[in-house]
Write a protein that binds this ligand. Structure first.
Ligand SMILES: NC(=O)C1=CN([C@@H]2O[C@H](COP(=O)(O)OP(=O)(O)OC[C@H]3O[C@@H](n4cnc5c(N)ncnc54)[C@H](O)[C@@H]3O)[C@@H](O)[C@H]2O)C=CC1
Ligand SMILES: NCC(=O)COP(=O)(O)O
Length: 345
């Protein structure tokens, strides 16, 4: 049976849930070849994984691989590991000295997609503030991955891709117009141009990777009651609705600004295929309330596939061993489905 290319799984913060979840996800996914799910390999320190295995209680062995393709044949019996050096780090005890390895793992995973050796990147959680202390200057993976994609374009003058965070879970797909932004800066960023750009990327991503030919997209308003005809704020009238009109005129199926308190319910009732929220917590709070453990974070607008669990490093549950792998497994399955959709397009 022929298999798709393997997925590249990053190490994430070695003190967080990543190493433990990697084992739990492998245990769950290793027999999924029959369902045509992609195998994966993890780019991490094998010593960190050995330590996490003890806590996971999972039987199995690590096989060090030299090339991603080696993962395909061994995945059913061993966890394929592309080893990178990382200073000793205990679960639950973040170590800033691990920053270099955390970043290297992400860079290598992206490189493998450009070399056509991996079908996509699945990232384990990182602690952003730990990386900032070591000079990491990106708000999160999302922005760093866009930077890496831009670097891959070499000297081309094309601008960096606009990466869009979309969360999938609990019956919702929620994309964000602004991502890691302080709330007081959000209104100035909500421009007609931004809404048009984000909406086009969401439309293209849903069409290409989610099999939705004419996705129905709702724009959430920024203000209570979507501005109450301008008495509670003007962003809907001045920026969001003009963008929606331009987009509709060009053929997209997209709403004017809808009240943020009811638009997610409307999606659950079947009116929309996705909602574009104006800021991080407007979108993530309903989704995580509905599905804290199964949600997946997808980055749209990149040349390669990237998914991630929607939770963070969870140091406490890494240390006590109780971390759940549902979200990482969902992220692997979604990346695999997206890869299949691209391969058959
Ligand atoms: N994709 C990524 O790399 C993400 C990274 N983060 C980072 O994670 C760090 C911690 O952020 P928090 O806001 O505390 O969020 P968190 O998601 O790490 O923790 C929130 C709650 O969920 C629990 N939890 C997290 N993962 C779990 C799992 N797999 N199983 C069971 N329980 C779990 C935690 O114990 C905690 O009670 C921050 O540095 C943040 O930047 C946060 C979200 C996503
Ligand atoms: N709340 C989700 C989140 O912050 C994930 O960010 P990223 O590291 O995927 O950019």
């Amino acid at each position: 049976m022929s298999h798709p290319l393997p997925l590249a799984l990053t190490m994430g913060d070695p003190a967080g849930v990543g190493p433990l979840l990697t084992w739990r996800a492998w245990e769950k996914c290793k027999t999924k070849h029959a369902d045509h799910q992609s195998p994966f390999f993890v780019i991490a320190s094998k010593d960190i994984l050995h330590a996490a295995q003890k806590k996971s209680g999972i039987e199995g062995r690590i096989e060090t691989i030299n090339s991603p393709q080696d993962a395909v044949d061994i995945f059913h019996k061993s966890l394929p590991v592309l080893h990178i050096d990382c200073p000793e780090t205990q679960l639950g005890k973040p170590n800033p000295e691990s920053a270099h390895a955390i970043i290297e793992s992400i860079q290598m995973a992206v490189d493998f997609t450009y070399k056509n050796q991996a079908s996509g990147v699945v990232t384990n959680p990182i602690n952003k503030s730990l990386l900032y202390k070591k000079g990491f200057s990106f708000p999160g993976h999302t922005e760093f991955l866009a930077h890496l994609a831009h670097s891959q374009q070499g000297d081309s003058l094309a601008s960096a891709p606009l990466p869009i965070m979309m969360l999938v879970g609990g019956g919702l797909r929620v994309a964000l117009a602004t991502i890691h932004t302080a709330l007081r800066e959000v209104p100035d960023l909500i421009t007609q141009a931004l809404i048009e750009d984000v909406s086009r990327i969401v439309h293209a991503g849903l069409s290409r990777d989610f099999g939705l030919n004419s996705p129905r997209i709702a724009l959430a308003g920024l203000n209570p009651h979507a501005g109450e005809e301008g008495s509670l704020g003007m962003e809907e009238i001045e920026q969001i609705n003009p963008a929606a009109k331009t987009l509709r005129d060009s053929g997209l199926n997209i709403s004017d600004a809808q009240p943020g308190d009811t638009v997610f319910h409307a999606m659950l009732e079947g009116q929309y295929d996705a909602v574009i929220a104006m800021f991080h917590d407007q979108g993530l709070a309903p989704l995580k309330s509905l599905d804290m453990w199964g949600g997946v974070n997808v980055t749209l607008g990149l040349p390669f596939i990237r998914t991630s669990p929607d939770h963070g490093t969870g140091y406490g549950v890494a240390e006590d061993g109780s971390a759940r792998a549902d979200s990482l497994i969902a992220a692997i399955n979604l990346a695999s489905d997206m890869a299949k959709a691209r391969a058959s397009a």
